[in-house]
Design a protein around this ligand. Structure first.
Ligand code: T4K
Length: 404
């Protein structure tokens, strides 16, 4: 145990290993596209690369419309506005804060619903109790690329005449009951942020099978401009994706299968290495569905590991493994929501529990199978010596200069 960097030993990795390290496709193809767009002198405003990206994604998902945007948050804001949501919208608290902010930004109240501890997605059986006369929609989040229980949510939305949307930021390339994510609810939103499976530096998209909604979103993301010059017919903002971003997206898409294969091999390596460590369980994806395996998510049961999740994160960071506590502490414990709903946690026991137990580990093209073995050895060693490490860390906390 004294070999751990947290007790002064050199770190296992000389360079930091990050969660969310971007997957980058063929550099030459990307640079060629950049040269082309510079030659064309068409840098943004529905350029040919944006159009091509939209078309490729729509084809890949089997969805009628894909509208590329400058990022996932703006895409969420626009679709929320375009679908006419107001009042209250039911969402999980266990998500990236952008899901909640996209609503609150428009003075719509996010009402936080608990999650299913197995899937980490919104628990449909908790939704109905949260519906009030002000509720206009449910917005599920396909967290980690794991689809929500779309069927149950669809039934509840229909029964109560609510809109159903999905934040599919993590779920490009994933499927639900054999159909690609992107086809469910009124619309779904992807993020193509640098940290996502397919990235456009910053970027996102709304996908929908609803023609009217797609037309409206196209207007809204471009100041309300319709065909022709100077023809504003609707209120709008600037949600456009630019050409370099689309060039990156097209290049990333060409490597999609390669990225999935690497992620899946990484995932399986983690699975094998972590299998018999008491108190550590790896989030399981649905075997019969398509999955991008972009997130390697561990749950730490402190009663078995002795060390807490946060202590394990500290140990990993000291070794230069920059593990993350996504999505700690849950939106309901972040401002402004914790001030608005100080008692929200009482209705979110699974969220509260999970937010204390999750660690997300590095994967993607920047991580080798050897790296994964080393990361898992650190975890194995830490858990095997859990009690002694805990005591050592507590002593060090009292006396930071102590050499153990
Ligand atoms: N809904 C959900 C469910 C989401 O997860 C997100 C975004 C959104 C909506 C909103 O979509 P966008 O508007 O972002 O398109 C990061 C991302 O910034 C955020 O996009 C993402 N979710 C979230 C899960 O992760 P942070 O605060 O963790 O970012 P940061 O700067 O700590 O970076 C994350 C990790 O990635 C670090 O370990 C460093 C590494 N990294 C990051 C960047 C930007 C790199 O290695 N290279 C890079 O270029 O939020």
């Amino acid at each position: 145990m004294n070999e751990l960097a947290i007790f002064g030993y050199p770190p296992a990795f000389s360079e930091k290993l990050y969660v969310g390290r971007p997957n980058i496709g063929n550099r030459d193809r990307f640079l060629q596209r950049i040269n082309d767009l510079l030659d064309r002198k068409w840098l943004t405003n529905n350029g040919v690369y944006v159009q091509e990206l939209e078309q490729r994604i729509a084809e890949m998902l089997g969805v009628k419309h894909c509208i590329a945007m400058c990022n996932g948050t703006i895409a969420l804001e626009i679709v929320i506005r375009a679908t006419g949501l107001k009042g209250e919208v039911i969402i999980p608290s266990f998500t990236f804060v952008a899901t909640a902010h996209a609503l609150q930004w428009q003075e719509i109240t996010p009402v936080f619903c608990d999650i299913d501890p197995k899937t980490h997605t919104i628990n449909p059986w908790r939704v109905e109790a949260l519906i009030t006369p002000r509720t206009t929609a449910i917005m599920g989040v396909h967290l980690w690329g794991q689809p929500c229980n779309v069927e149950a949510l669809t039934q509840i939305a229909q029964k109560h005449n609510l809109k159903l949307l999905f934040d599919a930021s993590h779920a490009l390339g994933c499927s639900y009951q054999g159909r690609m994510i992107g086809n469910f609810g009124e619309a779904e939103v992807f993020s193509f942020h640098a940290t996502k499976f397919i990235n456009t530096f910053e970027g996102g998209a709304v996908v929908t099978n609803n023609d009217e909604l797609a037309d409206k979103i196209r207007l809204m993301k471009n100041f309300g401009f319709a065909a022709g010059y100077d023809n504003v017919i609707y209120i709008g903002t600037n949600g456009k994706m630019d050409e370099p971003s689309a060039a990156m997206g097209l290049t990333s898409l060409e490597s999609l299968e390669k990225f999935i294969t690497i992620n899946q091999h990484n995932y399986e390596q983690y699975q094998q290495e972590l299998e018999r460590i008491p108190g550590i369980s790896l989030f399981a994806y649905e075997k019969n569905e398509k999955c991008n395996y972009q997130y390697v998510v561990l749950e730490v049961d402190e009663s078995l590991t002795q060390i807490s999740r946060d202590q394990l994160v500290d140990i990993l960071h000291a070794e230069n493994v920059i593990a993350r506590r996504y999505f700690y502490p849950g939106c309901h414990r972040m401002e402004p929501y914790r001030s608005y709903f100080p008692h929200a946690g009482l209705l979110l026991p699974e969220t509260e529990k999970l937010a204390q137990r999750i660690i997300v580990l590095p994967t993607g093209t920047g991580v080798s199978l050897e790296d994964i073995k080393k990361i898992c050895n650190i975890i194995r060693l830490s858990v095997a010596n859990g009690q002694a490490i805990k005591e050592g860390l507590e002593k060090k906390h009292l006396n930071p200069n102590l050499v153990l």
